[in-house]
Design a binder for this molecule. Structure first.
Ligand code: C5P
Ligand code: MG
Length: 297
C-alpha cells in the first residue's frame, strides 16, 4: 500500500521534486501528507510565520523589508532613528541566524533587540493614520503564489494563523493591500497601542520575538476557537524558533513542518534538515505549499 501512496504523491505533487526541496525522511513526509489528505480540510489548520515566510526574502538581489523595516520611512521616523535601528539590525540579526548558538543563548539578545527598537519607535510618536501610506511606499512583497495560497485556504474554510514577531498593525496592512485578508485569517503579533489622538504610546501585551513563540502559542493560539478540533497542522516558518508555533495545538495528530532556508544556507542546512520535515532552499515561491494544499484539501 505504501508503494502506491509514494507513487501517488510523486504524480500528484511533482513540486516535491524541485531542486530547492530537501527532506530528511521523504517517506515520513509522504505518510503525513497522505494522512492529512484522508482527514481532509475540516481537520486542517495552517500556522505560518510572516516575515521571510509569507513575504519574500529578496527580490532582484535586494532584501525585501520586514514589517519592522517598513517603518523605516520618513513619514514615521526621523533619520537618527533610522540609523539607530540599522545599527541594532547589524548587531542582532547575525545573532538571530547564527548557526553556532542555541535558541536559549540567543533569547536574551532577541529581547534586547526588540525592546530597544520598540522604545525607539515609541519616541518617534508614530501616527496610526500614516501606516498605510508607509506600507504603500515600501518594497514589501509576498511570495510568488501567495494569492493561490490565501484564496485556497479561504475557499476551503481552513483557518490560517499568522504568528509573527513583527509588527501586527503593519502586517495587517500588507495583507489588506494585497487583498488577501480573508475572514479565515487570524493573527498573533506585536500590536501597537495608540493614544486617543492616534499616536503610538506603547506595544500591547507580551513581547513576541523569534525565540519565544512557544509562550504565545500556549497563551494565545490555544484559546482561538476557530482552531479547535483541527488536529492536523501545516506549519510554515523560516526560523528554527518558528517550530514551536504549533505547541498550543491540543491533541495534534499530523504536523508537517516546512522551513524556508533563505540566508546562511551552508551553515544552517544541516540543522534545518534535522528540524523541518521539508526545507526549501532559496525558494521565493509558495509552489510547494500550494501543491501540498491542493492535494490534501
Ligand atoms: O514574522 P516574523 O516572526 O518572521 O518577524 C520577525 C523577523 O523580523 C525576524 O526574523 C527579524 O529578523 C526581523 N526583525 C527586523 N527588525 C527588528 C526586529 C526583527 O527586521 N527590529
Ligand atoms: Mg520569519
Amino acid at each position: 500500500v505504501l508503494a502506491i501512496w509514494h507513487q501517488l504523491i510523486k504524480t500528484e505533487i511533482p513540486e516535491l521534486a524541485k531542486g530547492s526541496v530537501l527532506m530528511r525522511e521523504r517517506s515520513r513526509v509522504e505518510e503525513t501528507i497522505n494522512a492529512m489528505q484522508r482527514a481532509g480540510a475540516g481537520n486542517l489548520q495552517v500556522i505560518s510565520d510572516f516575515d521571510m515566510t509569507l513575504t519574500r526574502f529578496a527580490h532582484n538581489g535586494k532584501r525585501v523589508p520586514t514589517t519592522h523595516n517598513i517603518l523605516d520611512n520618513r513619514l514615521l521616523i526621523n533619520e537618527d532613528c533610522t540609523l539607530k535601528m540599522r545599527e541594532l539590525l547589524n548587531t542582532y540579526y547575525p545573532i538571530e541566524i547564527d548557526a553556532s548558538r542555541s535558541a536559549e543563548e540567543k533569547l536574551p539578545f532577541m529581547v534586547e533587540w526588540w525592546t530597544k527598537v520598540h522604545e525607539l519607535l515609541i519616541q518617534q510618536k508614530i501616527r496610526k493614520d500614516m501606516l498605510a501610506q508607509a506600507v504603500k511606499e515600501s518594497n514589501t512583497m509576498l511570495r510568488d503564489g501567495y494569492k493561490v495560497f490565501f484564496e485556497h485556504l479561504s475557499e476551503h474554510q481552513v483557518p490560517l494563523l499568522i504568528f509573527s514577531a513583527g509588527v501586527g498593525d503593519v502586517l495587517e496592512e500588507v495583507i489588506r493591500q494585497n487583498h488577501v485578508f480573508h475572514p479565515n485569517v487570524h493573527i498573533i503579533s506585536n500590536y501597537m497601542d495608540f493614544d486617543q489622538t492616534g499616536v503610538l504610546q506603547a506595544f500591547k501585551g507580551q513581547l513576541i520575538h523569534t525565540f519565544n513563540k512557544r509562550e504565545g502559542a500556549l497563551s494565545h493560539a490555544a484559546g482561538l476557537r476557530e482552531l479547535q478540533g483541527r488536529p492536523n497542522v501545516l506549519l510554515l516558518g523560516d526560523s528554527l524558533g518558528d517550530l514551536t508555533m504549533a505547541d498550543g495545538v491540543s491533541e495534534p495528530q499530523n504536523i508537517l513542518t516546512i522551513g524556508f532556508l533563505n540566508d546562511q544556507v551552508e551553515e544552517r542546512k544541516e540543522s534545518y534538515i534535522n528540524s523541518f520535515d521539508i526545507v526549501l532552499v532559496k525558494d521565493e515561491t509558495m509552489d510547494v505549499q500550494n501543491a501540498i494544499l491542493r492535494f490534501i484539501t
